[in-house]
Write a protein that binds this ligand. Sequence first.
Ligand code: GLY
Length: 287
Amino acid sequence: MRPPYVLKADGLAAGKGVLILDHLQEAKDELKAMLGDSKFGKAGEKVVIEEFLDGIEVSMFVLTDGKNYKILPEAKDYKRIGDGDKGLNTGGMGAVSPVPFVDASFVHKVEEQIIKPTIRGLAEEKINYRGFIFIGLMNVGGEPKVIEYNCRMGDPETEAVVPRIQNDFLALMQATATQQLDKIDFKIDSRTAATVVMVSGGYPGNFEKGYTIKNLDQGSDTIVFHAGTKMNGKDVVTNGGRVLAITSLGNSIEEALQKSYAAAHHINYDYAYYRKDIGQDLISLIK
Ligand code: GLY
């Protein structure tokens, strides 16, 4: 195994149970501290030694009825509060779909190495699962490596993925429930969706609520999803940390972003904040 070495307390350690170490001796000492000296208490009674993954994350989604499946559009999300993915973690500050490096060859690898074995494994374990599977992946030199699985869609990936699905969504859900996904002709909008999340100033720390939101009406290529809002008389007011998710469709990442940022700029409430760099890493990948 090559450095860096990743040691992970297998129990719950409030997000602090992972050590990334450059030297083997250091890794051995820390392993001893975790297992022998209870460095992470009960959480470190079992330690997982993991491969260090260096790459770009992507979220892939599958809809399965237990027998058949459809691969949904992928997305990249932006988790931290500050530009350059700096600062505290949030519920999600933006997303872009599709992701340029997810080409046919990458999807084929994901399908053969991860999706098919997952669907097969559910059947073998007699788990009658019908719904979404969210596979959090890292692209390590063109190879997909699984970071996490979830039995749900992602947030804010959903806000970028669902607008690209052209099928009637209820029909999709009915086909999933009745194991008829194989009869569905799945149609995806080839345009790019870019989502920018507007939050309350101070989030994910302390923030004030109750500010009136103005200029919510947008053009037809832009959807404004409400998260932390409520009605106060005739006004829509802020009522949470993440307030709105603004998704626009465009013929390129740049065009989709330009529309979402124009909307974010136009929508107005006191102490509004949003990241200014959503999608910039993907644009530099294709340049
Ligand atoms: N955006 C990551 C998640 O929904 O877990």
